[in-house]
Design a protein around this ligand. Structure first.
Ligand code: NAP
Ligand code: G4F
Length: 325
């Protein structure tokens, strides 16, 4: 039986690499990854996939490169995971964020439409950051109130995905994913900053971590659980929007508690410095998702409890730093 072909934008990001692992482990996919040009060729998240996936050069700001990638790969499924994904940075680069995170989705949809194969399925990586200031428990029906250039860009991408579903009859899914993390998370995000910082303190390589607002709460899950949910959405008869979330929310302080407890430290206050440069012009204080629709229709549920997620991340950073010591 011939394999399905999946094209993943953002292949070397956290989710892109986990999705590639998931699809390859299934055994019935050939995986293509879109990677933009960079000065060095080292991509740690996909180093283990050398020879197992095909990398195509392309950029979400360049329409023709996307069309060429679609033509070369002839995909059955396209997962648009590429983005300027760091909320904090979106205030310093609002235009670039809108171009890549917002218009990038439109360009991928247009490349698929231009290519003309109506059977290609499209997944858009939408975000709980679109909910922004809403507060409370959110599901697919909750009104959006984004409050960062990133959130606004994601909302454009979310709506253009729905629009292409409705106006062109495309199979175009939007996965509204709440925060998910893993040992492959970028170092500027708060969870990785903490796991890396705690590992350094444990190994005597640092004496503090500088952070911003410790009171914000996030619905944090484990990324490998979430990429399975993305795939499940793409296997449905009809395309739709789905929330993926754990249904639990924890503050940054809770994350710190768990991370420091893993290395045997109960009172972590002397290891944390607050630095105003990590505060945001507008803060999303609280995110909590209701993934009932995904549970009922897709049969998806998160498998990794919060405590395990924190332990996986701290353990991995201790291992990485010990190897490099
Ligand atoms: P990530 O690790 O930051 O990965 C983003 C990827 O996008 C990277 O591979 C990056 O490539 C690529 N990219 C950036 N600009 C590009 C451009 N101009 N052209 C082509 N590729 C470009 O993000 P993630 O956490 O895996 O998230 C995956 C997607 O889900 C993102 O769209 C994110 O916004 C969204 N999302 C994430 C979460 C979460 O909690 N993780 C929740 C909801 C939604 P480089 O390595 O070259 O920079
Ligand atoms: O880790 P964060 O930067 O993630 P944030 O802003 O929630 O965004 C992530 O999740 C979104 C889904 O809701 C994705 F769409 C997005 O791509 C990304 O993956 O910040 C989490 C919280 C914020 O409240 C922030 O103010 O942690 C707080 N925080 C406190 N100190 C910090 C820091 N965040 C960062 N990055 N660095 C700090 O020092």
């Amino acid at each position: 039986m011939s394999k399905k072909r999946a094209l993943i934008t953002g292949i070397n990001g956290m989710d892109g690499s986990h999705l590639a692992d998931f699809l390859l482990a299934r055994g019935d996919y050939e995986v293509f990854g879109l990677e933009r040009r960079k000065a060095t060729y080292y991509s740690p998240n996909i180093a283990h996939l050398a020879g197992k996936i095909t990398l195509l050069k392309g950029d979400l700001s360049d329409q023709n490169s996307l069309l060429r990638a679609i033509k070369e790969c002839e995909p059955h499924e396209v997962y648009n995971l590429g983005a300027q994904s760091f909320v904090g940075e979106s205030w310093s680069m609002p235009e670039q964020t809108s171009d890549i995170t917002g218009l990038g989705a439109l360009r991928v949809l247009e490349a698929i439409r231009e290519h003309g194969n109506k059977d290609i399925k499209f997944y858009q990586a939408s975000s709980s950051e679109m909910l922004g200031k809403k507060g409370g428990v959110a599901n697919e029906e909750t009104t959006f109130y984004p409050c960062s250039p990133y959130g606004v860009s994601k909302l454009y991408a979310h709506w253009i995905t729905k629009n292409y579903r409705e106006s062109h009859g495309m199979f175009a899914v939007s996965g509204i994913l709440f925060n998910h993390e893993s040992e492959r998370r970028g170092h500027e995000f708060v969870t990785r900053k903490i796991s890396d910082g705690v590992a350094k303190i444990h190994l005597g390589l640092a004496d503090h971590i500088s952070l911003g607002n410790l009171d914000a709460s996030r619905d944090w899950g484990y990324a490998p659980d979430y990429v399975e949910g993305m795939w499940m959405m793409m296997q449905q008869e009809k395309s739709d929007d789905y929330v993926l979330a754990t249904g639990e929310t924890h503050s940054i302080r809770d994350f710190l508690d768990n991370a420091f407890n893993y290395v045997g430290i109960q009172d972590w206050s002397k290891y944390i410095k607050t630095d105003p440069k990590f505060l945001r012009p507008v803060e999303v204080s609280y995110l909590l998702g209701d993934a009932s629709k995904a549970r009922n229709i897709l049969g998806w549920k998160p498998k990794t409890p919060f405590k395990d997620l924190v332990n996986i991340m701290v353990k991995n950073d201790i291992k990485l730093l010990s190897q490099n010591k």
